[in-house]
Design a protein around this ligand. Structure first.
Ligand code: HEC
Length: 114
């Protein structure tokens, strides 16, 4: 019985770790859902971008908070799509459509710090 409990706990931990760290919320095409900077945008940048875009990196783009992310928002959007600028994350693959869509909805909603 003890063994079974341990196996169960190990299973729960393993499946929890498998989850994608970035939030994946279904975003409808008309952006009716309000995107949260703190819960959706910042965690996405932290998961996929911060390793190269933090202080001390030499990319020239620091993406750590609402003010520097919103100041570079259109450039970031282009980079996610790979239009006019290099596709990011550098070396690919591109993020999934939901995350990209979520980012453009956030821009359309006025780049709120919410
Ligand atoms: C593996 C490292 C790495 C990761 C991860 C990464 N970047 Fe970059 N990024 C770079 C480098 C290096 C440059 C500078 C490219 C150059 O100047 O040639 C850059 C440039 C950029 C630029 C400027 C593009 C331009 O051409 O002016 C933007 C915007 C950007 N990154 C956004 C992002 C976003 C958003 C993410 C996460 C989705 C991300 N990056 C993930 C390395 C990375």
């Amino acid at each position: 019985m003890k063994n079974l409990t341990l196996i169960f706990i190990a299973f729960v931990i393993l499946t929890a770790c498998k989850k994608d760290k970035a939030p994946v919320t279904v975003v409808d095409s008309t952006c009716t859902q309000t995107i949260s900077f703190a819960d959706q945008i910042l965690p996405m940048i932290q998961t996929y971008c911060i390793s190269c875009h933090d202080y001390g990196n030499s990319t020239g783009y620091i993406l750590t908070n609402h003010s520097n992310i919103s100041a570079n928002a259109s450039l970031i959007q282009n980079s996610l799509l790979g239009t006019s600028v290099q596709l990011m994350p550098q070396g690919g693959p591109a993020l999934n459509d939901t995350l990209i869509k979520q980012f453009s909805c956030w821009i359309n909603q006025g780049k709120q710090n919410n």
